[in-house]
Design a protein around this ligand. Sequence first.
Ligand code: CA
Ligand code: CA
Length: 144
Amino acid sequence: MLFKKKLLSSDEEARLIKAIHDAEKKTSGEIRVHIEETCTGDTLEACKKMFTDLKMDQTKDRNGILFFLAVESRGFAVWGDEGIHKKVTDEFWHHLTDCAIGYFKKGDLISGLEKSVEMCGEKLQLYFPLEHDDKDELSNEISY
Ligand code: CA
Ligand code: CA
């Protein structure tokens, strides 16, 4: 847990969890954020692997989205499951990543992630509106 404290303060963590919670209020889609200290090798590959490790490929509508951030090595990637990937264009992912990296460059990791979560929430809402019997299929907690 020492490791965790170093990467995000509890306030920062609370902001992110709130962003995920708010985004998921409008959609059946599931969003998670994973934070590492460093990532060697390809960030997108690491993100994909984490997606599976977190069992994010097991949602009912295959509409999970994972944000992967390696703080020290400045790696960032997003992986959306096939349900959502089929609906959006590559531009969406590029725009999302560019927007987040814009914030990261200013040293504002949390706003970058917060904004990305919000953008994904809006997109997910279009294709996967909230259902009356919605379950929180995946925890909103940040994973480390
Ligand atoms: Ca849900
Ligand atoms: Ca969730």
